[in-house]
Design a binder for this molecule. Structure first.
Ligand code: CU
Length: 204
């Protein structure tokens, strides 16, 4: 009559194995606000440092050039990510960056339907991207150390999913304002809320 007992011991062992194999992770979510601003898109919220080596995606991310605008205007990427710049307009576009941390790259000029690529390797680099055909065109790539980042939509909302539980420095970035930061404790499950308010304009 000890069969059920054996079974339950096995079941318990299996359960323990299952539980120990689970990485505890939670989500971070919140809202950005900027006084008097109506469009709160293109802010980046990211964790300053997370232990570990993170592999960039194998496929390039695509930044479009459409209606004489870079889309998206701000693109956060993990260090080592290749970004392909697609021309979707009937006119020629160029992409270059005057910033040293992006080796002042200049990809030349290309027509509709074609793409040229650049690999962003330097963590913490936030190069401005410009087009020498259209001086009004401007975008940013934001190079992160880890994959735990998000950009805001128009309402200023963001969500970073599946972050390993722990205490981190969470930073919010906007091209026009000084960064704001706060400490967050990501729970083993569930969500921690973190709102940000931008105050001081960046000195140019
Ligand atoms: Cu252009």
């Amino acid at each position: 009559m000890n069969r059920p007992k054996t079974l339950s011991v096995l079941a318990l062992g299996g359960l323990l194995l299952l539980v120990s194999g689970v990485a505890y992770a939670g989500d971070i979510s919140g809202k950005i606000s900027i006084r008097r601003a109506k469009d709160l898109s293109n802010c980046v919220v990211y964790i300053e440092h997370v232990d570990g080596d993170f592999k960039p995606p194998e496929k390039p991310e695509v930044m479009d050039q459409l209606n004489l605008t870079f889309v998206p205007h701000v693109m956060p990427v993990l260090k080592g990510t290749t970004v392909s710049f697609l021309n979707s307009d009937d006119v020629l576009h160029n992409v270059f960056s005057p910033d040293k941390c992006a080796n002042k790259f200049n990809l030349g000029t290309w027509p509709k339907g074609e793409m040229r690529s650049y690999e962003f390797d330097e963590e913490g680099c936030v190069p401005v991207l410009l087009c020498n055909v259209h001086p009004e065109m401007e975008a940013y790539v934001f190079v992160t150390q880890n994959p735990y980042y998000a950009s805001t939509g128009k309402e200023g909302l963001y969500e970073i999913k599946n972050v390993p539980a722990g205490k981190y420095n969470l930073i919010a970035w906007n091209e026009d304002y000084d960064i704001v930061e706060q400490e967050v404790v990501v729970p083993e499950e569930g969500t921690v809320k973190a709102d940000f308010q931008f105050g001081k304009r960046k000195k140019r």
